[in-house]
Design a protein around this ligand. Structure first.
Ligand code: PLP
Length: 391
């Protein structure tokens, strides 16, 4: 979609919700993000409704705020954990270890030992050294192996390559898991975050099916679980299908390969649960041009790549930006406040902001609940980490 269209907040929030967020925001100095936990609650209900047969493991990395973790704990969610620090966060609020999966394929020996000591019994892996280490430090645990997937071009934030292994290796690792006394439990994949092509799940599920069949036929190993990761959509500038459409098609792909009697299905949503709940508020610090005749305006604001908007790297995630000005849209480069030239959010992507935008105006970055606070640097250039308020 052309960036040259005025943002209609009604496409993202109902008017009551946005008025509430704005009223709260008006008295606060920028920059900060306001997160409405009612929206998270609804997103979670929608996810459970769309995938009634799946178990949801919230990907804590999306936003580990205690307010969010407690809400999801009370709603019955499980948790996909990436580090010992995230484990502390969920256990501190009383989540029991049977609701935790250690989903990171890159982990230290002492951390696996600690997870096991605290009762966690489900681990992801994608390599032999890691698997052998799990067998030593977490004997008898359930392991699932992450496979590589295609679809990196159609995901806004691809996650393959660094994680996962080829099918053949996944098969061998699950055989080895059994030999090492672990429980070969299932297969996981992540088709890439904000995956626009629902067909990416079809291809991944077909790969999973092949591994399931070979292990059963050649080794009598019956896998129990498919972990389909995240990748479900948030509401950014470029629209996607609805979550319901994703769910219906993915269910169809599953039944096509596995029949109605499905293995246990795990989902690990992060972005799709949290993003829509956040509005990041910044202020225009400077508007300038590089010469008197230059067409392009540079809009500098008090939030940037190092204070929460890292997902604008390669201009990957296109956040809708609302301002209260009504002028005609004019192309501009949008940049952050630090003395680092990488701190430019949109330059190639010809963003249009109102021509009457002025220094001191507020910019409302919609759909910023996930992967913003956690990516905010401690004090790059002296700027403090992004402040967050939870409603
Ligand atoms: N699961 C794993 C293992 C991940 O690494 C991630 C994101 O990095 C997620 C789930 C969440 O994905 P998403 O935010 O697309 O829902």
């Amino acid at each position: 979609m052309s960036p040259f269209h005025a943002i209609d907040v009604a496409d993202y929030y109902d008017s009551e919700t946005f008025s509430k967020i704005k009223a709260f925001a008006d008295s606060k100095p920028t920059p900060f993000v306001v997160i409405d936990t009612n929206i998270i609650s609804k997103q979670y209900d929608d996810m459970v409704h769309a995938f009634p047969k799946a178990d949801v493991f919230y990907a804590v990395k999306a936003n580990p705020a205690a307010e969010i973790l407690s809400l999801l704990r009370d709603k019955g969610a499980n948790f996909d954990i990436a580090s010992i620090y995230e484990l502390d966060m969920v256990m501190d609020i009383g989540v029991t270890p049977d609701r935790v999966s250690y989903g990171n394929t890159i982990k230290k020996r002492q951390d696996v030992r600690e997870f096991y000591k605290r009762g966690v019994r489900m681990f992801a892996s994608d390599s032999e050294p890691d698997l052998r280490m799990i067998a030593e430090e977490a004997p008898g645990s359930r392991v699932y192996v992450r496979i590589l997937t295609e679809g990196t071009e159609t995901a806004d934030w691809p996650l393959s390559r660094k994680f996962g292994c080829q099918n053949e290796m996944a098969y061998e690792l699950l055989v080895l898991a059994k030999e090492l006394g672990l429980e070969p439990y299932g297969i996981s994949f992540h088709v890439g975050s904000q995956q626009r092509d629902i067909g990416a799940w079809d291809a991944a599920i077909a790969k999973v099916k092949m591994i399931f069949d070979r292990l059963r036929d050649e080794h009598g190993i019956v896998l129990q679980m498919i972990n389909m990761g995240g990748g479900f959509p948030a509401n950014y500038l470029d629209k996607t299908n609805s979550l319901q459409t994703y769910a219906e098609q993915i269910h169809y792909f599953l039944v096509e390969d596995f029949g109605e009697d499905l293995p246990r299905i795990i989902l690990e949503p992060g972005r799709s649960l949290i993003s829509n709940a956040g509005v990041l508020v910044s202020e225009v610090v400077l508007i300038s041009r590089k010469s008197h005749t230059a067409l392009e305006r540079w809009v500098f604001t008090d939030v940037g790549k190092f204070s929460g908007l890292i997902e604008t790297m390669d201009e990957a995630i296109k956040f809708p930006i609302f301002t209260e000005r009504k002028g005609e849209l004019e192309r501009c480069v949008i940049a952050g406040p630090t003395c680092d030239s990488a701190d430019i959010m949109y330059e190639q992507y010809a963003y249009g902001l109102p021509s009457d935008l002025a220094i001191g105006d507020r910019m409302y970055w919609l759909t910023t609940g996930a992967y913003t606070t956690t990516y905010s640097a401690v004090c790059f250039n002296g700027f403090p980490p992004l402040q967050a308020y939870y409603l």
